[in-house]
Design a binder for this molecule. Structure first.
Ligand SMILES: Cc1cc2nc3c(=O)[nH]c(=O)nc-3n(C[C@H](O)[C@H](O)[C@H](O)COP(=O)(O)OP(=O)(O)OC[C@H]3O[C@@H](n4cnc5c(N)ncnc54)[C@H](O)[C@@H]3O)c2cc1C
Length: 444
């Protein structure tokens, strides 16, 4: 039987690990799948701020042989400090550096762009090795995206928007993130509102900014009345003089925020203006963030949302990572789910090489339990309303409660029992070759 030809749309945290695992199957190199990775951005180093790898994600990271590279790139965040208008710390929730307790800061915090880059370079190294053994390896196409996608029973036929090239594949994997175009093309625009469910009316903006004397390895979390907040977090050793910011707004009524999210990168200027408007005139270090967000060239904005679908495949198209089951950044599980999905999809395709429907059904069965758990947000989804309050009084009371919770150890106890469910589902064995530890030559 001819090797499967697979198009992976999206060179993010899910896409290239899938390619790497598919090429690490026990088959001879000539029989391994022919893989094409298509990425809309011009480089493998798109932006993104702090993400974490937890539990099963750590096991899968080790299987990819990227633990050393990841550990060399972590941000060394110490934990979270809740600060007020005068930058007074009310409570500290430290990271558990053993990786056993899932607090807000995992022991493996890394910048998203850096992780995506490590995953890409890892896949390229594996692809080169497969080519040396006579296999096809991976073809990467940057700066392009799908203009059309049609499937008959045997193949998926696609046309690339920029090159105009037409290609056919046995399987197309949509690993193109929360706003997945693959999902919209195959499942239809009409159902998007039902599939992409915003969490607590929340919108988030991520960017980096210069470090100042008030910054440290602690994440500082400031909340303002009107359900607005800013987190400032350490960056990595490649950018020791920079910090990363996450600014959030909760609003069910401001249609401008929703329409700015629909515009994606095209809407950056409008998105920046909206955030500046919401944080203008606030206390703490807000003027600094308002100033810096306008200068940022790595500004990334989206609604905070979950993707909920009854089925992740349709014919010969399957969704992976945020595209199919985004749990939102507040779950702390996005990266771990993306790595799990890549691993389980590669496993299912390797176990059922001549039976695509069986492989896709098996992927579904393996992923559903962990996705369901990850999408159950703390306190039945009410946590954002408790963290981000409407009034100054409410925030003061919240800070007092946080003070006692941190001081008494209750906060750590809660994390032990109600932290992200990163270890809840075991990582199955599929007989992939254990990849040797690899290091990014450019490591700091
Ligand atoms: C630029 C960016 C910044 C982010 N920043 C953060 C952050 O700071 N904190 C956080 O918690 N999460 C962030 N995320 C989300 C986080 O990366 C994911 O939740 C998680 O890693 C799951 O990965 P994924 O591979 O499923 O999706 P993603 O990491 O989102 O990767 C999807 C990839 O697909 C590409 N793509 C999108 N559309 C197309 C298309 N039509 N054709 C081809 N390629 C396409 C994107 O450029 C991206 O490389 C960010 C995502 C992006 C794209």
């Amino acid at each position: 039987m001819a090797p499967l030809s697979i198009l992976i749309v999206g060179c993010g945290v899910a896409g290239t690990p899938l390619a790497t695992f598919l090429l690490s199957s026990p088959q001879p190199s000539q029989e391994k799948p022919h893989i094409t990775v298509l990425e809309r951005a011009s480089t493998s180093r798109p932006q993104g701020q702090n993400v974490d790898i937890r539990g099963a994600g750590v096991t899968i990271m080790r299987k990819l042989g990227i633990e050393t590279a990841v550990r060399n790139a972590i941000t060394h965040e110490e934990g979270v400090q809740f600060v007020d208008d005068w930058n007074r710390v009310w409570a500290e929730n430290p990271a558990d550096k053993t990786g056993k307790v899932q607090t807000g800061t995992s022991d493996l915090e890394i910048l998203r762009g850096r992780l995506a880059d490590i995953c890409y370079l890892r896949s390229r190294a594996v692809s080169e090795a497969v080519k040396r053994e006579g296999g096809r390896g991976i073809e990467y196409i940057f700066s392009d995206y799908l203009e059309s996608l049609e499937q008959d029973g045997d193949k998926v036929h696609v046309r690339l928007a920029k090159s105009g090239e037409q290609r056919s594949f046995d399987l197309v994997v949509g690993a193109d993130g929360l706003q997945s175009r693959t999902r919209r093309m195959v499942w239809g625009e009409a159902g998007e509102q039902k599939r992409v469910q915003q969490v607590a009316g929340m919108y988030g903006a991520f960017f980096s900014l210069p470090k100042t004397s008030t910054d440290s390895l602690w994440r500082r979390w400031y909340s303002a009345p009107g359900r607005r907040g800013i987190m400032v977090r350490p960056s990595d050793s490649r950018q020791p003089d920079r910090m990363t910011a996450f600014m959030m707004i909760m609003s069910d009524s401001d249609e401008r925020l929703r329409s700015a999210a629909r515009d994606g990168r095209k809407g950056t200027e409008v998105q920046k203006k909206l955030f500046a408007e919401y944080f203008e005139g606030l206390k703490w270090e807000c003027p600094r963030f308002v100033r810096e967000l306008q200068k940022a060239d790595d500004f990334y904005y989206d609604m905070v949302a979950q993707v909920k679908m009854e089925k992740w495949s349709k014919g010969r198209v399957v969704l992976l990572g945020d595209a199919g089951y985004c749990a939102s950044p507040i779950s702390g599980m996005g990266t771990t789910l993306a790595l799990n999905g890549a691993y389980n999809l590669a496993g299912a395709l390797t176990q059922h090489p001549d039976n695509l429907p069986a492989a896709l059904a098996s992927y579904e069965t393996k992923m559903r339990p962990i996705v369901d758990l990850a999408q159950k947000l703390p306190l039945g989804g009410r946590a954002p309303y408790i963290m981000n309050l409407e009034t100054a009084w409410g925030l003061w009371i919240r800070n007092v409660i946080f003070y006692f919770m941190a001081w008494s150890g209750v906060a750590m106890l809660l994390a032990r029992f109600a932290g992200p469910p990163a270890d809840a589902v075991p990582v199955e064995e599929f007989g992939f070759k254990q990849l040797e530890e690899w290091q990014d030559e450019e490591k700091a």
